[in-house]
Design a protein around this ligand. Structure first.
Ligand code: C5P
Length: 224
């Protein structure tokens, strides 16, 4: 049995990847499977938390014991996360949120026309949900956790991102061949705002999830 060290805590987790529609049949998307977010949800339930999982386009079955909300786009995910965060003790942004969305949505399918070059797709910025949640802190002592997939200068970029977003913990993944996207395994370093670094060796996504909860529970211990 697992120690119920998250009992009485409400944790909000986002998982999956947003899809930003161009027209009724097309979207800009990403390769996030949602598996890391679901592992976070399952392990949080096991440790006694009340879990709200905000899922985007994962197609995964709802984890037992969690309240699951569904979002398609970044704007929908933002709305669901901000609402749930209002009474959350912890918010973990594991979802891959599109940084940009098409500036315009065509209500009919965009058609190719003979002899014409395709029109360029104009993009606009999506709001940064993690930075918003971390900046507002709906509750005193609320713990905010982000994820970052980096291809180079992983730790330096991670440190800079942690500071810029204002979160307490940032899980930094090096994106590579068999790692992270769609895989059952992950390898990461968890950076903390106080400077601590916790390396998590290549292994099941549950192991990384449990390390995140260990670090969160330790922070509750300091506050309480
Ligand atoms: O800036 P970058 O996309 O690398 O940051 C990744 C982290 O920020 C993830 O935790 C992701 O969920 C979050 N994010 C967000 N809103 C965005 C973009 C990213 O909350 N628009």
């Amino acid at each position: 049995a697992v120690a119920p060290d998250l009992a009485g805590r409400h944790v909000v987790i986002s998982a999956g990847g947003t899809r930003e529609p161009l027209d009724p049949v097309r979207y800009l998307g990403n390769r996030s499977s949602g598996k890391q977010g679901y592992a976070l949800a399952r392990t949080a339930v096991a440790r006694g938390a009340r879990v709200t999982l905000v899922e985007a386009n994962t197609g995964l079955p709802d984890p037992a014991g969690a309240d699951v909300l569904h979002a398609g786009t970044a704007l929908q995910l933002r709305e669901a996360v901000l609402k749930a965060a209002a009474d959350a003790d912890v918010v973990v942004m594991a979802a891959a949120v599109a940084d940009f969305r098409p500036a315009a949505y065509a209500s009919g399918k965009i058609k190719k026309k003979d002899g014409q070059e395709p029109a360029p797709v104009a993009l606009v910025r999506n709001p940064d949900i993690l930075a918003e949640v971390a900046g507002e802190r709906a509750r005193p002592g609320q713990i905010v956790v982000g994820f970052a997939a980096e291809t180079d200068d992983v730790l330096a970029n991670g440190r800079e991102k942690l500071r810029r977003k204002g979160c307490d913990l940032l899980v930094v993944n090096e994106v590579g061949e068999r790692k992270t996207f769609g895989s059952e395994e992950n390898e990461a370093v968890v950076l903390a705002a106080d400077g601590a670094e916790t390396a998590v060796p290549y292994g099941p996504k549950e192991a990384l999830a449990d390390t995140v909860w260990d670090l969160v529970a330790a922070r509750f211990g300091q506050i309480a």
